[in-house]
Design a protein around this ligand. Sequence first.
Ligand code: AVI
Length: 324
Amino acid sequence: MQDEGVGRPISYDFKPGRESFLAEVLIGLRKPQKELPSKYFYDERGSHLFERICELEEYYIPRIEASIMQDHIKEMAELIGPQVLLIEYGSGNCEKVRFLLDHLHNPVAYVPIDISRQQLLQMTRELASEYPKLEVHPVCADYLSSFDLPASKRRTERVVVYFPGSTIGNFDPIPAKHFLEHVASVCGMAGALLIGVDLKKNPAVFHSAYNDKEGITAAFNLNLLQRINQELDYDFQPEWFQHYAFYNPWEGRVEMHLVSQRDQVVYLNGENISFARGESIWTESSYKYNLDEFKQMAAAAGFKVERVWMDERQWFSVQYLVTR
Ligand code: AVI
């Protein structure tokens, strides 16, 4: 599929359309505990707000992950080996992968997969000119979409999936295992996964990371209602909802909610959805693991954890998994 005005085609385009967005919103808001899928955070404004979150002092994940990558990149590149086809899920602005690509030995192809089409196209253009020897095959898709691996012109030694940022934490445990199984099948025999996994720690750290002083995380959360208003013609009043994030120790996850500040009714596609004062819409879960929990989940999905790198405080890990 050739995109207008863009030199490189999108290899596969599975961007969810308005109909599935609407259906998922309605299903979520009809539940007793109302919920909205966190994947819809990332429209243009949401992606921009997420980039600002990543620059916040309180949001430690990108900083610690980058320092782990810097400290151990040589060993990572050795383990990954030469001539790989590298797939990245949720490639975003491709900032992290550049560092990895710069250190890999003669990578053959890069397949960025992202739901945000515009960003994907722009990044593909930039990467293709920065890395002229690298084949770039963008895929606009959900994490679980199946696609055939692009046939690369040069011989590939192995398929390696890169999944940084602890985005695995945004999956509930069963979908997380299914996603890892899917990744294992995408990378095939002798494939590998380099993944960032946020670790269990003092909940006070989570509290400030997801309740930053500047209110960027709150704006990111509330933007979901603005997106629904814009794309689905709803009449949410975002100012009547408030961001609420807390660590749930029984489930081992940070939960983000939008709490209704008053009794209100929102008119949605011919349907009235009522909110009582204090009732919440659950918008995101961010699971935190200990090493053993993650190892077990990886094993159940067909992966063996070969190497784990952590920062000194053991707040975050980058793990290298191989298919078994
Ligand atoms: C993308 N993901 C790993 C982030 C997280 O920490 O769960 C999304 C996020 N939500 C609030 N702040 C950041």
